[in-house]
Write a protein that binds this ligand. Sequence first.
Ligand SMILES: Nc1ncnc2c1ncn2[C@@H]1O[C@H](COP(=O)(O)OP(=O)(O)OP(=O)(O)O)[C@@H](O)[C@H]1O
Ligand SMILES: O=P(O)(O)OC[C@H]1O[C@H](OP(=O)(O)OP(=O)(O)O)[C@H](O)[C@@H]1O
Ligand SMILES: [Mg+2]
Length: 279
Amino acid sequence: MLKIAVPNKGSLSETAAGMLAEAGYSGRRDSRELVFTDARNDVEFFYLRPRDIATYVGSGALDVGITGRDLLLDSESSAQEVAELSFGDSTFRFARPSGAGIELADLSGLRVATSYPGLVGAFLAGHGITTTLVKLDGAVESAVRLGVADAVADVVSTGGTLRKAGLEIFGPVILESTAVLISNGTERPGADTLLRRLQGVLVAREYVLMDYDVHRDHLDAAIALTPGIESPTLSPLADPDWVAVRAMVPRADTNQVMDALYDAGARAILVSAIHAARI
Ligand SMILES: Nc1ncnc2c1ncn2[C@@H]1O[C@H](COP(=O)(O)OP(=O)(O)OP(=O)(O)O)[C@@H](O)[C@H]1O
Ligand SMILES: O=P(O)(O)OC[C@H]1O[C@H](OP(=O)(O)OP(=O)(O)O)[C@H](O)[C@@H]1O
Ligand SMILES: [Mg+2]
Protein backbone atom coordinates (compact mmCIF):
# COMPACT_ATOMS: atom_id res chain seq x y z
CA MET A 1 0.00 0.00 0.00
CA LEU A 2 1.46 3.39 -1.03
CA LYS A 3 2.08 5.62 2.01
CA ILE A 4 1.42 9.29 1.23
CA ALA A 5 2.26 12.24 3.51
CA VAL A 6 -0.15 15.19 3.27
CA PRO A 7 -0.19 18.53 5.13
CA ASN A 8 -2.51 18.40 8.16
CA LYS A 9 -2.80 22.21 8.52
CA GLY A 10 -1.42 25.50 7.22
CA SER A 11 -1.53 27.15 3.81
CA LEU A 12 -1.09 23.95 1.80
CA SER A 13 -3.49 21.57 3.54
CA GLU A 14 -6.86 22.51 2.06
CA THR A 15 -5.68 22.75 -1.54
CA ALA A 16 -3.68 19.52 -1.26
CA ALA A 17 -6.74 17.67 0.09
CA GLY A 18 -8.93 19.17 -2.66
CA MET A 19 -6.47 18.12 -5.34
CA LEU A 20 -6.31 14.53 -4.04
CA ALA A 21 -10.12 14.36 -3.92
CA GLU A 22 -10.27 15.61 -7.53
CA ALA A 23 -7.74 12.92 -8.41
CA GLY A 24 -10.20 10.27 -7.18
CA TYR A 25 -8.79 9.53 -3.71
CA SER A 26 -10.84 9.45 -0.51
CA GLY A 27 -9.51 11.41 2.46
CA ARG A 28 -10.21 11.92 6.14
CA ARG A 29 -13.54 13.46 7.13
CA ASP A 30 -12.42 14.59 10.58
CA SER A 31 -9.50 17.04 10.82
CA ARG A 32 -8.26 15.23 13.97
CA GLU A 33 -7.71 12.00 12.05
CA LEU A 34 -3.97 11.29 11.67
CA VAL A 35 -4.16 8.36 9.24
CA PHE A 36 -6.72 7.40 6.61
CA THR A 37 -6.75 4.25 4.49
CA ASP A 38 -8.23 4.49 0.99
CA ALA A 39 -8.52 0.74 0.38
CA ARG A 40 -10.10 1.15 -3.06
CA ASN A 41 -7.01 2.96 -4.33
CA ASP A 42 -4.59 0.95 -2.18
CA VAL A 43 -3.11 4.05 -0.52
CA GLU A 44 -2.74 5.26 3.04
CA PHE A 45 -2.67 8.99 3.88
CA PHE A 46 -0.65 10.31 6.83
CA TYR A 47 -1.63 13.82 7.95
CA LEU A 48 1.54 15.57 9.14
CA ARG A 49 2.94 19.04 9.68
CA PRO A 50 4.12 20.26 6.26
CA ARG A 51 7.52 21.06 7.78
CA ASP A 52 7.99 17.40 8.80
CA ILE A 53 6.86 15.76 5.55
CA ALA A 54 10.26 15.77 3.82
CA THR A 55 11.84 14.17 6.89
CA TYR A 56 9.36 11.26 6.83
CA VAL A 57 9.68 10.75 3.07
CA GLY A 58 13.47 11.16 3.00
CA SER A 59 13.89 8.59 5.78
CA GLY A 60 11.85 6.03 3.83
CA ALA A 61 9.14 5.82 6.53
CA LEU A 62 6.66 7.16 3.95
CA ASP A 63 6.85 6.78 0.16
CA VAL A 64 5.74 10.14 -1.24
CA GLY A 65 4.41 13.43 0.08
CA ILE A 66 3.07 16.88 -0.68
CA THR A 67 4.94 19.83 0.82
CA GLY A 68 6.48 23.19 -0.10
CA ARG A 69 9.79 23.37 -1.99
CA ASP A 70 11.07 25.79 0.69
CA LEU A 71 10.22 23.29 3.45
CA LEU A 72 11.86 20.45 1.49
CA LEU A 73 15.11 22.40 1.10
CA ASP A 74 15.04 23.64 4.69
CA SER A 75 14.71 20.07 5.99
CA GLU A 76 17.98 19.04 4.32
CA SER A 77 16.29 15.67 3.79
CA SER A 78 17.33 13.41 0.91
CA ALA A 79 13.77 13.44 -0.50
CA GLN A 80 13.51 14.74 -4.07
CA GLU A 81 11.04 16.84 -5.96
CA VAL A 82 8.98 14.77 -8.43
CA ALA A 83 6.53 17.38 -9.76
CA GLU A 84 5.32 20.93 -9.19
CA LEU A 85 1.65 21.06 -8.17
CA SER A 86 0.72 24.63 -9.21
CA PHE A 87 -0.41 25.93 -5.81
CA GLY A 88 1.18 27.32 -2.63
CA ASP A 89 3.39 29.69 -4.60
CA SER A 90 5.53 32.08 -2.56
CA THR A 91 8.92 33.73 -2.66
CA PHE A 92 11.51 33.61 0.08
CA ARG A 93 13.17 36.98 0.73
CA PHE A 94 15.34 39.01 3.07
CA ALA A 95 13.85 42.14 4.64
CA ARG A 96 15.19 44.96 6.79
CA PRO A 97 13.77 48.16 8.28
CA SER A 98 12.98 50.67 5.52
CA GLY A 99 16.01 52.81 4.71
CA ALA A 100 18.63 50.31 6.00
CA GLY A 101 21.34 48.83 3.75
CA ILE A 102 20.10 47.12 0.59
CA GLU A 103 23.02 44.93 -0.46
CA LEU A 104 23.22 41.28 0.55
CA ALA A 105 26.79 41.89 1.78
CA ASP A 106 25.39 44.43 4.29
CA LEU A 107 24.10 41.42 6.26
CA SER A 108 27.63 40.36 7.27
CA GLY A 109 27.94 40.13 11.05
CA LEU A 110 24.23 40.91 11.59
CA ARG A 111 21.47 38.79 13.20
CA VAL A 112 18.93 37.32 10.75
CA ALA A 113 15.68 35.87 12.12
CA THR A 114 14.03 33.02 10.23
CA SER A 115 11.93 29.87 10.62
CA TYR A 116 13.95 28.29 7.77
CA PRO A 117 17.56 28.20 9.09
CA GLY A 118 18.58 25.32 6.80
CA LEU A 119 17.46 27.14 3.67
CA VAL A 120 18.79 30.56 4.70
CA GLY A 121 22.05 29.20 6.13
CA ALA A 122 22.82 27.34 2.90
CA PHE A 123 22.01 30.42 0.80
CA LEU A 124 24.23 32.72 2.88
CA ALA A 125 27.06 30.19 2.95
CA GLY A 126 26.79 29.92 -0.84
CA HIS A 127 27.30 33.68 -1.03
CA GLY A 128 30.17 33.68 1.48
CA ILE A 129 28.30 35.77 4.04
CA THR A 130 28.51 35.07 7.77
CA THR A 131 25.58 36.06 9.97
CA THR A 132 24.04 34.89 13.23
CA LEU A 133 20.81 33.05 12.44
CA VAL A 134 18.05 33.53 15.01
CA LYS A 135 15.69 30.56 14.74
CA LEU A 136 12.03 31.45 15.40
CA ASP A 137 8.86 29.43 14.95
CA GLY A 138 6.78 32.07 13.15
CA ALA A 139 5.79 35.76 13.03
CA VAL A 140 9.46 36.49 12.35
CA GLU A 141 8.61 39.98 11.07
CA SER A 142 8.31 41.11 14.72
CA ALA A 143 11.88 40.05 15.50
CA VAL A 144 13.45 43.33 14.34
CA ARG A 145 11.05 45.60 16.21
CA LEU A 146 11.51 43.49 19.33
CA GLY A 147 15.29 43.75 19.05
CA VAL A 148 16.26 40.08 18.66
CA ALA A 149 17.36 40.45 15.01
CA ASP A 150 18.57 43.09 12.52
CA ALA A 151 16.90 41.52 9.49
CA VAL A 152 14.53 38.68 8.65
CA ALA A 153 14.30 36.02 5.95
CA ASP A 154 10.77 34.72 5.39
CA VAL A 155 8.00 33.58 3.09
CA VAL A 156 6.51 36.52 1.18
CA SER A 157 3.20 36.25 -0.58
CA THR A 158 1.45 39.64 -0.85
CA GLY A 159 4.16 41.45 1.15
CA GLY A 160 1.45 42.85 3.48
CA THR A 161 2.95 41.38 6.65
CA LEU A 162 6.38 42.91 5.94
CA ARG A 163 4.89 46.34 5.17
CA LYS A 164 2.90 46.36 8.41
CA ALA A 165 6.10 45.55 10.31
CA GLY A 166 7.92 48.50 8.64
CA LEU A 167 10.26 46.15 6.75
CA GLU A 168 11.44 46.29 3.14
CA ILE A 169 12.54 43.45 0.89
CA PHE A 170 16.16 43.64 -0.24
CA GLY A 171 18.80 41.45 -1.86
CA PRO A 172 18.36 38.57 -4.28
CA VAL A 173 15.42 36.15 -4.29
CA ILE A 174 16.42 33.31 -1.96
CA LEU A 175 13.91 30.92 -3.51
CA GLU A 176 10.76 30.75 -5.65
CA SER A 177 8.67 28.16 -3.85
CA THR A 178 5.61 26.15 -4.81
CA ALA A 179 3.85 23.02 -3.56
CA VAL A 180 5.62 19.90 -4.80
CA LEU A 181 5.19 16.14 -4.84
CA ILE A 182 8.27 14.56 -3.27
CA SER A 183 9.59 11.00 -3.07
CA ASN A 184 12.64 9.15 -1.78
CA GLY A 185 13.41 7.71 -5.19
CA THR A 186 12.27 4.16 -4.31
CA GLU A 187 9.93 2.66 -6.95
CA ARG A 188 6.64 1.90 -5.22
CA PRO A 189 3.46 0.44 -6.73
CA GLY A 190 0.88 3.18 -7.08
CA ALA A 191 3.36 6.07 -7.11
CA ASP A 192 3.21 6.51 -10.89
CA THR A 193 -0.59 6.37 -10.78
CA LEU A 194 -0.66 9.10 -8.12
CA LEU A 195 1.65 11.29 -10.22
CA ARG A 196 -0.39 10.77 -13.40
CA ARG A 197 -3.64 11.49 -11.57
CA LEU A 198 -2.28 14.72 -10.04
CA GLN A 199 -0.93 15.79 -13.43
CA GLY A 200 -4.38 14.99 -14.85
CA VAL A 201 -5.98 17.34 -12.31
CA LEU A 202 -3.54 20.10 -13.33
CA VAL A 203 -4.27 19.57 -17.02
CA ALA A 204 -8.03 19.58 -16.41
CA ARG A 205 -7.66 22.89 -14.55
CA GLU A 206 -5.25 24.52 -16.99
CA TYR A 207 -6.85 23.52 -20.31
CA VAL A 208 -10.25 23.64 -22.01
CA LEU A 209 -11.47 21.61 -24.95
CA MET A 210 -12.18 23.68 -28.07
CA ASP A 211 -14.32 22.45 -30.99
CA TYR A 212 -14.92 24.35 -34.22
CA ASP A 213 -15.71 23.92 -37.89
CA VAL A 214 -13.51 25.42 -40.58
CA HIS A 215 -13.34 25.44 -44.38
CA ARG A 216 -10.45 23.30 -45.66
CA ASP A 217 -8.93 26.43 -47.27
CA HIS A 218 -8.39 27.90 -43.79
CA LEU A 219 -7.53 24.67 -41.96
CA ASP A 220 -3.76 25.24 -41.75
CA ALA A 221 -4.20 28.74 -40.31
CA ALA A 222 -6.74 27.47 -37.77
CA ILE A 223 -4.57 24.54 -36.69
CA ALA A 224 -1.62 26.88 -36.19
CA LEU A 225 -3.78 28.68 -33.60
CA THR A 226 -4.82 25.42 -31.86
CA PRO A 227 -1.92 22.98 -32.11
CA GLY A 228 -3.19 21.06 -29.05
CA ILE A 229 -0.84 19.03 -26.87
CA GLU A 230 -0.01 16.24 -29.34
CA SER A 231 -1.97 17.24 -32.42
CA PRO A 232 -5.60 18.34 -32.97
CA THR A 233 -8.32 15.83 -33.91
CA LEU A 234 -9.83 16.35 -37.38
CA SER A 235 -13.25 14.88 -38.30
CA PRO A 236 -15.00 15.08 -41.66
CA LEU A 237 -18.30 16.96 -41.94
CA ALA A 238 -21.27 16.22 -44.25
CA ASP A 239 -20.05 19.14 -46.41
CA PRO A 240 -16.73 17.81 -47.80
CA ASP A 241 -15.26 21.35 -47.99
CA TRP A 242 -15.52 21.74 -44.21
CA VAL A 243 -13.83 19.91 -41.35
CA ALA A 244 -14.44 19.73 -37.58
CA VAL A 245 -11.44 20.34 -35.31
CA ARG A 246 -11.02 19.48 -31.62
CA ALA A 247 -7.99 20.60 -29.59
CA MET A 248 -6.98 21.38 -26.02
CA VAL A 249 -6.29 25.09 -25.45
CA PRO A 250 -4.78 26.78 -22.36
CA ARG A 251 -7.73 28.06 -20.32
CA ALA A 252 -6.13 31.51 -19.92
CA ASP A 253 -5.97 31.95 -23.73
CA THR A 254 -9.58 30.85 -24.42
CA ASN A 255 -11.04 34.12 -25.64
CA GLN A 256 -7.99 35.29 -27.59
CA VAL A 257 -7.87 31.97 -29.42
CA MET A 258 -11.63 32.10 -30.16
CA ASP A 259 -11.29 35.63 -31.58
CA ALA A 260 -8.33 34.64 -33.74
CA LEU A 261 -10.09 31.47 -34.95
CA TYR A 262 -13.17 33.47 -35.90
CA ASP A 263 -11.02 35.95 -37.83
CA ALA A 264 -9.35 32.99 -39.57
CA GLY A 265 -12.77 31.77 -40.78
CA ALA A 266 -13.67 29.18 -38.13
CA ARG A 267 -17.33 28.97 -37.08
CA ALA A 268 -19.41 27.13 -34.43
CA ILE A 269 -16.55 27.56 -31.95
CA LEU A 270 -17.49 25.75 -28.73
CA VAL A 271 -15.56 25.51 -25.48
CA SER A 272 -16.05 22.85 -22.81
CA ALA A 273 -14.41 22.16 -19.47
CA ILE A 274 -12.29 19.05 -18.97
CA HIS A 275 -13.39 17.09 -15.89
CA ALA A 276 -10.49 14.66 -15.79
CA ALA A 277 -7.47 13.90 -17.95
CA ARG A 278 -4.60 11.46 -18.43
CA ILE A 279 -2.02 12.90 -20.76
N1 LIG B 1 0.97 33.32 2.42
C1 LIG B 1 1.68 32.25 2.83
N2 LIG B 1 2.09 32.15 4.08
C2 LIG B 1 2.80 31.09 4.51
N3 LIG B 1 3.14 30.06 3.74
C3 LIG B 1 2.76 30.12 2.47
C4 LIG B 1 2.01 31.19 1.95
N4 LIG B 1 1.76 30.94 0.66
C5 LIG B 1 2.35 29.76 0.39
N5 LIG B 1 2.96 29.27 1.47
C6 LIG B 1 3.71 28.03 1.56
O1 LIG B 1 3.14 27.17 2.54
C7 LIG B 1 4.17 26.43 3.20
C8 LIG B 1 4.14 26.74 4.66
O2 LIG B 1 3.13 26.05 5.18
P1 LIG B 1 2.99 25.85 6.77
O3 LIG B 1 1.75 25.09 6.93
O4 LIG B 1 4.24 25.35 7.37
O5 LIG B 1 2.95 27.27 7.30
P2 LIG B 1 1.77 28.26 7.38
O6 LIG B 1 0.89 28.21 6.20
O7 LIG B 1 2.45 29.51 7.64
O8 LIG B 1 0.95 27.69 8.61
P3 LIG B 1 1.24 27.89 10.16
O9 LIG B 1 1.98 29.17 10.28
O10 LIG B 1 -0.13 27.91 10.73
O11 LIG B 1 2.01 26.70 10.59
C9 LIG B 1 5.47 26.86 2.58
O12 LIG B 1 5.81 25.97 1.54
C10 LIG B 1 5.14 28.23 2.01
O13 LIG B 1 5.97 28.60 0.91
O1 LIG C 1 3.30 38.33 2.24
P1 LIG C 1 2.07 37.99 3.01
O2 LIG C 1 0.87 37.78 2.11
O3 LIG C 1 1.80 38.93 4.13
O4 LIG C 1 2.27 36.51 3.64
C1 LIG C 1 3.46 36.11 4.23
C2 LIG C 1 3.29 35.88 5.68
O5 LIG C 1 2.40 34.77 5.86
C3 LIG C 1 3.03 33.78 6.66
O6 LIG C 1 2.76 33.98 7.98
P2 LIG C 1 1.65 33.14 8.79
O7 LIG C 1 0.35 33.84 8.76
O8 LIG C 1 1.65 31.75 8.32
O9 LIG C 1 2.21 33.22 10.25
P3 LIG C 1 3.59 32.62 10.79
O10 LIG C 1 4.65 33.60 10.38
O11 LIG C 1 3.40 32.60 12.27
O12 LIG C 1 3.77 31.28 10.18
C4 LIG C 1 4.53 34.00 6.40
O13 LIG C 1 5.32 33.49 7.44
C5 LIG C 1 4.61 35.50 6.32
O14 LIG C 1 4.69 36.07 7.59
MG1 LIG D 1 3.13 30.37 8.89
